[in-house]
Design a protein. Structure first.
Length: 233
């Protein structure tokens, strides 16, 4: 889905959202209350600039609008793979974005992610996967890497990984598999305004991804192992 079609369905024709290059930003009114919306479009690679401008809006919202909810609209091909961004410290810029989102959450801002098109790799990890909850549209594409790339990294045959992907969502790309693993809380279908209203009303107060993964059968051991580590501290 194109970003302008999405925000029109969510906020009406006079939504106030704008795109500057691949960066989306707007202060919108939803159900009579202000909402900060930021995100990316055009399958944007997240480099130093895009990470920092998103973090800037999050920090400005914390400073100027305490408690205001934040919605992250996600469409990214992952981190920018350029020498310039590596030399400028893309790892630190993306960590800064993630830390800014976490600061907002700790400060009482409900932070929601919505994958409306594509979400890959580090660009997704430092946005939607750090939000209080991340939802997605049914046609969204989510993955860390394709099976051929996974085969090159793990040195396992593609045929074996393909077979594993049929029974274990950890090995399979696709939005439904991320729902099963708990990375995506729910799919937004039908009335998108109603879906956003529901998401804002029931934003979790603590991270439930591991628990959801266990309950849905997509990540059976993560929650139990995490709890054992916490109990041992």
């Amino acid at each position: 889905m194109q970003w302008h079609s999405l925000v029109t369905q969510l906020f009406g024709s006079y939504h106030g959202m704008r795109a500057v290059g691949d960066f989306l930003q707007g202060d919108v009114i939803f159900d009579g209350k202000p909402l900060t919306v930021i995100g990316t479009t055009n399958h944007a690679p997240i480099g130093v600039h895009l990470a920092l401008v998103q973090a800037r809006v999050v920090l400005d919202t914390i400073a100027q609008h305490p408690g205001r909810p934040i919605l992250l609209l996600i469409d990214t091909q992952g981190q920018q793979l350029r020498r310039r961004d590596e030399l400028l410290g893309i790892n630190r810029a993306m960590a800064h974005l993630g830390a800014s989102i976490d600061l907002a959450r700790r400060g009482g801002h409900r932070v929601l992610g919505l994958v409306y098109d594509q979400a890959l790799s580090g660009g997704f990890i430092t946005s939607g996967l750090i939000a209080d909850a991340c939802d997605a549209l049914p046609d969204a594409e989510i993955r860390v890497m394709r099976i051929p790339a996974m085969a090159r990294v793990t040195k396992l045959p593609e045929e074996k990984l393909t077979a594993l992907s049929q029974s274990n969502p950890v090995f399979a790309p696709g939005v439904k598999n991320y729902v099963a693993m708990g990375g995506v809380r729910a799919l937004w279908e039908g009335d998108l305004q109603a879906a956003l209203r529901e998401a804002l009303a029931h934003a979790p107060t603590q991270d439930r991804r591991a628990q959801d993964g266990a309950e849905r059968g997509g990540r059976r051991l993560a929650a139990a192992v995490a709890q054992r580590v916490l109990d041992a501290v």
